[in-house]
Design a protein around this ligand. Sequence first.
Ligand code: ZN
Length: 197
Amino acid sequence: MPLKIVQAGELVLRQRAQPLTKTQIRSRDIQGLIESMRETMREAPGVGLAAPQVGVSLQLVVIEDKPEYTKDAPPDFLKERGRKPVPFHVLANPRIVTGSEERVRFFEGCLSLKGFTAVVPRSSSVKVECLDQEGEPRVIEAAGWYARILQHEVDHLNGALYIDRMHTRTFMSVESFNQLWKDKPITEVGKLLGFER
Ligand code: ZN
């Protein structure tokens, strides 16, 4: 059964989530939660989901960027964002150990802010340390869209949402975005709306 995705305003989205031990990760309860989160993310659909988004204050994230999500996107659009498919995987207790100084700006959304989007600056690459689905230590080096997903999900575990980091003047409904801004280069978006804040 897919779980209910909580929306901004729920306290759990603003709390620091609890870390997990290797034993906890391998337990039936957490493995079951991972399965439910996978199902919930796919049904949404989304490319990442953090446990607080299903009302559980644990440092657990699932990520998957399926090829079918981008099969109709123009190659230039994907290239600009560095977006490539990412197979399903689990991160527990993730920590960003290094993030590039270089920031990239793109529209970003969140399943817990349904119907809205905004331009959010993010490091273009990151190095993340975490435990995997078996509770084994892993180091992930990511760039492009995958790096953005990781930063977005790690924020969730620290009680942060993209609205804390966005250029506020670019905040808009997905409906307006699709009608007016979807095909505009990000530099033009900046010129027209302003990135000052
Ligand atoms: Zn989110």
